[in-house]
Design a protein around this ligand. Structure first.
Ligand code: ADP
Ligand code: MG
Length: 241
């Protein structure tokens, strides 16, 4: 079943077409990777899906319902959550309280219910021993775990990850990959932007490639990796640096 439909979505900033007539679908339970050089429109696409920005044209549907132009809290309430490229937990709050805030914000649950759920979410992301630690004291990897738990607190149908693995070392990258696979096996549908191409290729069922705001390729990881247009964008980009 189709969870998310993005149809010919366009967004310009001044003269720059950051996202240009991009269309794709995300099926229930899928993990879709989004790649593309810096400035190709990946974060803007996420901002459009989550309501941080409104598209100039095009339409976005969640479970068949039009959500185009909805404000972020409403999109979140409809079941789309995200993590941010730069993680930003409340630094002075404990890991547990950061997740509690997410739970209270998400569905307006009662306090007692929230306490138990916050602990299960911390366990799900591997932070069970660190509930009382202040977020500011956590390592980058643990801050990313917390960011995931916070996003999951709103019980999303769809979770958008924006460069979750940025800044992680290879061992931590493997840990993050295992965590993402676990979330998928728990039924979370994922759309992820990632610069670590090998990790994206290993995790994704399907990959979408953006270049200068346009979708230039979409398909299985092996097909996309062998696509001459994609190779050119990446090699051209590398050569131009
Ligand atoms: P990516 O995430 O792929 O690196 P972005 O979506 O951040 O790319 O940016 C795509 C293009 O849109 C870039 O040219 C960027 O400078 C521009 N852009 C993104 N956000 C804004 C904004 N809020 N105001 C003006 N230009 C923006
Ligand atoms: Mg970005």
């Amino acid at each position: 079943m189709t969870l998310l439909e993005v149809e010919r979505v366009t967004k310009s900033f001044g003269g720059v077409r950051a996202v240009s007539e991009v269309s794709f679908n995300v099926g229930e339970g899928e993990l879709i990777g989004v790649m593309g050089p810096n400035g190709s429109g990946k974060t803007t696409l996420f901002n459009l899906i989550t309501g941080a920005l409104s598209p100039d044209a095009g339409s976005i549907r969640l479970q068949g319902h039009e959500i185009t132009g909805w404000k972020p809290h409403r999109v979140c309430g409809a079941g789309i959550a995200r993590t941010f490229q730069l993680v930003r937990p409340f630094p002075g709050l404990t890991a547990l309280d950061n997740v509690r805030v997410g739970l209270l914000y998400g569905r307006g649950r009662g306090k007692r219910q929230v306490a138990g759920e916050a602990e299960s979410l911390l366990a799900l992301v591997g932070l069970e021993g660190k509930a009382p630690r202040r977020a500011a004291e956590l390592t980058l990897m643990d801050k990313k775990r917390l960011e995931l738990a916070r996003a999951l607190a709103t019980s999303p149908h769809l979770l958008l990850l924006d460069e979750l693995m940025a800044g992680l070392n290879p061992a931590e990258t493997e840990t993050a990959m295992a965590l993402i696979r676990r979330l998928q096996s728990e039924g979370v549908t994922l759309l992820m932007v990632e610069h670590i191409v090998w990790a994206l290729m290993a995790l994704s069922q399907r990959i979408i490639v953006l270049s200068a705001g346009e979708k230039i390729a979409e398909g299985r990881p092996d097909t996309v990796a062998a696509d001459p247009t994609v190779v050119e964008v990446y090699l051209g980009h590398a050569a131009g640096r």
